[in-house]
Ligand binder design. Structure first.
Ligand code: NAG
Ligand code: NAG
Ligand code: NAG
Ligand code: NAG
Ligand code: NAG
Ligand code: NAG
Ligand code: CU
Length: 214
């Protein structure tokens, strides 16, 4: 029983974490300040940057919302501040809790990015009713960057992406309540299906159990 409860607590904590950026390593993480633009309140680049490839890069996220829009931006240089002016991956909608591994990132041609160029990646998601959530990672580009270690970048079996219902940036839309008028029943049934399936069901069961315990 004790084990079951702590397992539920672990799952429940995923549900409250908004989202984490696991690879490349986030600059920092403060769940309560993830809503602060830019970088979820972490304004200072770290000195131990992740060596990241110029083509075919991956980004590993841990999703705490059952349905979220996700966009990836980049700012070049040692400290881009809030100038995340280049879109690396336009907004898509991700469904399912847990590990989400985005693949196939390549830097657009013509930007003169070479080995040793520094940059900061910002991932923007929604999922909360009140705007964007932000995580940043400081990187240094290398054509010989190692692939992420085995198991670091993987998808939960229930994870899937669909075309975003809005072309807006995630921080200009709210969570699951903002599906466009043509698709509410689809996204609702998808959310219910996810709730009833494996990981999602456990998370909600965990949250419910905790709510009762507390
Ligand atoms: C990139 O950042 C590191 C610190 O993280 C710094 O030592 C290095 O000089 C920077 N590279 C360039 C080209 O400025
Ligand atoms: C940088 O150092 C911090 C603190 O030791 C660590 O948590 C983080 O994972 C490191 N980041 C990278 C990219 O190695
Ligand atoms: C791109 O990266 C993925 C994930 O690391 C890997 O499986 C794939 O083989 C790579 N593709 C190329 C063309 O290098
Ligand atoms: C590209 O960047 C390198 C290193 O920062 C610099 O030496 C070179 O002049 C740049 N080339 C162009 C065409 O901007
Ligand atoms: C994870 O799923 C997304 C689509 O939902 C896909 O683009 C990506 O390549 C997958 N990652 C891996 C490591 O297979
Ligand atoms: C949304 O993110 C963009 C950067 O991608 C930023 O310029 C804009 O200020 C953000 N909007 C809000 C309301 O924070
Ligand atoms: Cu959240």
């Amino acid at each position: 029983m004790k084990i079951t409860l702590s397992a539920l607590a672990a799952f429940a904590s995923v549900a409250t974490a908004h989202f984490n950026m696991n690879y490349p390593a986030a600059r920092g993480f403060d769940e309560d300040k993830l809503v602060q633009f830019p970088c979820g309140s972490f304004d200072t680049p770290v000195s131990n940057r992740t060596v990241w490839p110029i083509s075919n890069g991956s980004i590993a996220l841990l999703m705490g919302h059952i349905d979220a829009n996700v966009e990836v931006l980049i700012g070049f240089g040692n400290d881009p501040g809030s100038a995340f002016n280049t879109v690396l991956r336009p907004t898509c909608t991700e469904q399912g809790l847990g590990n989400f591994c985005m693949t196939g990132f390549s830097i657009p041609e013509g930007l003169n990015i070479t080995d040793g160029t520094n940059a900061t990646i910002q991932v923007v998601t929604n999922g909360d009713p009140d705007g964007g959530l932000y995580n940043c990672a400081d990187i240094i580009f290398s054509t010989s960057a190692p692939a992420p270690a085995d198991g670091v970048c993987k998808n939960e079996t229930s994870t899937k992406t669909v075309a975003a219902t809005s072309a807006k940036q995630p921080n200009e839309t709210t969570g699951t309540t903002t599906s466009s008028s043509s698709t509410p029943s689809t996204s609702k049934s998808a959310a219910v299906a996810a709730l009833n399936a494996g990981f999602g069901g456990l998370v909600m069961a965990g949250a419910a159990a905790l709510a009762i315990v507390l």
